[in-house]
Design a protein around this ligand. Structure first.
Ligand SMILES: [Mg+2]
Length: 122
C-alpha cells in the first residue's frame, strides 16, 4: 500500500508543487488549505503516515494544527514536518514543543523534501 501523506498549505501553488513531488514519488496525497480543513481530513482518514504542514495559515496555523493532531488518539505518533520560511531557533523550539517531528525551510528543492520524508515516514 502506498504511504499516505497529508499536505497542508494556504498557498495553492505550494500545495501543487508539494503534491506533484509526492505523487511522482509514489505517495498517496491528501490536501488541505489550513489547519481546520486538515483536521477534518484527518477525522475522515485517520490512517495518515505523515503530515507536512505550512506554519502561517488563516483560521488555524501549523503550530496549533500540530498540537491538535498530537491530542488525537490517531495522531500521537504520526510524523509532522513543518514547512516554513521562518528558521529562527525560537520558532524551531516552538515547533518542537508543539510536537513537530522536523522542519524544512522554504524554499526547498523537491529532492530535499523527499529526503526528509524518507527519514521520518513510518
Ligand atoms: Mg502560508
Amino acid at each position: 500500500m502506498p504511504k499516505r501523506i497529508l499536505t497542508v498549505d494556504d498557498s495553492s501553488t505550494m500545495r501543487q508543487m508539494v503534491g506533484l513531488t509526492l505523487k511522482t514519488a509514489g505517495f498517496e496525497v491528501l490536501e488541505a488549505a489550513d489547519g481546520v480543513e486538515a483536521l477534518e481530513k484527518l477525522r475522515q482518514s485517520p490512517t495518515v503516515d505523515l503530515v507536512l504542514t505550512d506554519l502561517n495559515m488563516p483560521r488555524m496555523d501549523g503550530l496549533e494544527l500540530t498540537r491538535q493532531i498530537r491530542a488525537m488518539a490517531s495522531g500521537r505518533a504520526v510524523p509532522i514536518i513543518l514547512l516554513t520560511t521562518e528558521s529562527s531557533p525560537e520558532m524551531k523550539l516552538r515547533g518542537k514543543s508543539a510536537g513537530a517531528t522536523g522542519w524544512i525551510v522554504k524554499p526547498f528543492q523537491p529532492n530535499q523534501l523527499l529526503e526528509v520524508i524518507g527519514k521520518v515516514a513510518r
